[in-house]
Design a protein around this ligand. Structure first.
Ligand code: DAH
Length: 337
């Protein structure tokens, strides 16, 4: 009886085996024949009902059936797993590549690095100061009169009566001079804040670079020489430049420096507001009152200072028309640089 059943199952297996085409079929085959409740083990269960005489031959048949199914199973298993690993390394060279977006230096950082490189080459060191400043450093020691309009809440973010977010990097001049004896030759970059309506031209926060040189016998001619050399290295050779008289509380005399418009070459266009000139910085000879505040003898020492906005400088150099672009982190803007 059992011998017949074994033969039936063997026939069934042999018929089914050639139709196994993939790993899923093979798994179904395994479950059907070889699992704990599969056909082979149910045949083994029936061995206990087999008569003594029949038992050896039935056992032999059953073992050979199990071995046959096992061997078939293992053979296909190996075949399918080889095929699968081949599939995994298959590369389709016609697929488009994946684009990897790398971060890059923000254009303001790049401008500052370029400015620093020029001034380092001219012998300047780099210093930084705090963004939260006292009225003393931001205004008083820089010779601002008590009723100066910049001291108004309208223009300055006051944190308390005596403390504020610095409105310029000039207070770092005072801090550097307090710590050092002349000669001092330094640039001082950093972030500054103004209580201004945000527009294409102005933002409540921006960056400046301050410059300072103090020694015996420093002249206005040296100021001009240094700044012209800076402009030529930073903006390019062949530009025209001019100095216009101006006013700052901490310099006397004071000036603003213009370069000829890089777009229209002086003919007049929208960027230079049809003047042919672009203002790039403020500067002047350090006021003797400022030297007195830091304990330098104004009879012995003279010096010059200058300051420029990094956003404005970047806008000038690259023809950017809206200061807000620097702070919006729009990838379409950032990736142009
Ligand atoms: N602190 C000035 C400002 O914020 C810029 C400036 C002008 C700095 C003249 C200077 C200077 O050192 O000499 O507009």
């Amino acid at each position: 009886m059992l011998l017949e059943k074994i033969q039936d199952i063997r026939n069934e297996f042999r018929k089914e085996f050639p139709s196994i085409k993939n790993a899923a079929d093979l798994e179904n085959l395994r479950i059907k024949y070889l699992s704990r409740n599969g056909l082979v083990s149910s045949l083994f269960d029936e061995m206990k009902n087999v008569s003594r005489e029949e038992r050896p031959s039935a056992g032999k048949e059953l073992n050979s059936l199990r071995d046959e199914i096992n061997a078939g199973f293992l053979q296909l298993k190996e075949k399918f797993s080889k095929e699968e690993s081949k599939e995994k390394v298959l590369i389709d060279p016609t697929l488009p590549g994946r684009i990897v977006n790398y971060g890059s230096t923000h254009i303001l950082t790049k401008t500052l690095e370029d400015i620093k490189a020029v001034f380092k080459g001219l012998g300047f060191s780099v210093y930084e100061g705090p963004e939260l400043e006292s009225d003393y450093y931001n205004f008083e020691a820089l010779n601002f009169q008590p009723d100066h309009p910049a001291r108004d809440m309208q223009d300055t973010f006051f944190v308390s009566k005596d403390f504020l977010l610095r409105t310029h990097t000039s207070p770092v001049q005072i801090r550097v001079m307090e710590k050092m004896k002349p000669p001092v030759r330094a640039i001082m970059p950093g972030r500054v804040y103004r209580n201004e309506a945000v527009s294409a031209r102005s933002y409540c926060m921006f960056h400046q670079v301050e410059g300072l040189y103090i020694d015996t016998d420093v002249t206005f001619a040296e100021l001009k020489g240094t700044l012209v050399s800076f402009a030529e290295q930073f903006y390019g050779e062949g530009l025209k430049y001019r100095f216009r008289a101006s006013y700052f509380p901490f310099t006397e005399p004071s000036a603003e420096m213009d370069i000829s418009c890089y777009i229209c070459k002086g003919a007049g266009c929208r960027v230079c507001k049809f003047s042919g000139w672009i203002e790039i910085l403020g500067c002047g000879m350090v006021d003797p009152n400022v030297l007195k505040y830091v304990g330098y003898d104004p009879e012995k020492y003279t010096g010059y200072a200058f300051g420029m906005g990094i956003e404005r400088t970047t806008m000038n150099k690259y023809g950017i028309h809206d200061i807000r672009l620097f702070f919006e982190n729009d990838i379409r803007f950032l990736k142009q640089f």
